[in-house]
Write a protein that binds this ligand. Structure first.
Ligand code: SF4
Length: 206
């Protein structure tokens, strides 16, 4: 049964009270408020292109693991995500994107996946972001430059802390980011976005 947004938030709060919260990677890579509240179409051409691409990978080599679960477990929280494709023999992680350009959130996402996988396996993992067309064909791929483990850990902890602090007060936190805010349906009335703009303006005027 699919949970409503309020039920989801109540679930988060209950698990916090029990001492451990499970947080999806999507809440860490984009503004949590936008991620939770923005309405989403169930099946889009992007979803279908992803599935076609993943099926093609599996046909070429059955060793590919699709939607492979990765996690990072700490005492008070667990971060969980699903990588598009992971090859356990080649130690290769692929993340497919249907967008025309690379966004910062793509880099954050693969950095978190790589970090979590390497923690799980105790081995280095290679990462590529693959840009795919609507038929699930590879257009081109890039090998991203990613932050260090220390930087990723710092990012996880600071982001999780903000999310938990918001939930303790009963709400989903807004974390402004110039890319997220640009296309956000809540931007018009979002005070957090305005704060980001003010900070940017003063930085540019300095
Ligand atoms: S405008 Fe920015 S900070 Fe506000 S909800 Fe949207 S993405 Fe989050």
């Amino acid at each position: 049964m699919k949970l409503t947004i309020d039920e989801k938030i109540q679930d988060y709060i209950k698990s916090l009270e029990k001492g451990k919260i499970q947080i999806d990677v999507s809440l860490l890579v984009s503004c949590p408020y936008k991620t939770i509240y923005e309405p989403r179409a169930n099946i889009t051409w992007r979803t279908e292109a992803h599935i076609l691409w993943q099926n093609k990978l599996k046909q070429q080599d059955p060793n590919w693991l699709i939607e492979y679960e990765v996690s990072y477990d700490e005492e008070e929280f667990k971060v969980i995500g699903y990588v598009d494709a992971f090859h356990p023999i080649k130690k290769l992680l692929l993340e497919g994107k249907t967008s025309r350009q690379l966004y910062q959130k793509h880099l954050r996402q693969v950095a978190l996946y790589k970090f979590m996988l390497e923690q799980q396996l105790g081995e280095e993992v290679k990462v590529y972001i693959v840009f795919i067309d609507e038929k699930g064909n590879e257009r081109y791929k890039i090998k991203p430059t990613l932050p260090t483990d220390m930087e990723v850990m710092y990012y996880i902890y600071s982001r999780v802390e903000k999310i938990i602090n918001g939930l303790k007060r009963g709400y989903i936190v807004k974390i402004p980011d110039s890319e997220d805010c640009k296309y956000c349906i809540f931007a018009k009335d979002c005070r957090k976005k305005q704060e980001l703009q003010t900070t940017l303006d003063s930085f540019l005027q300095a």
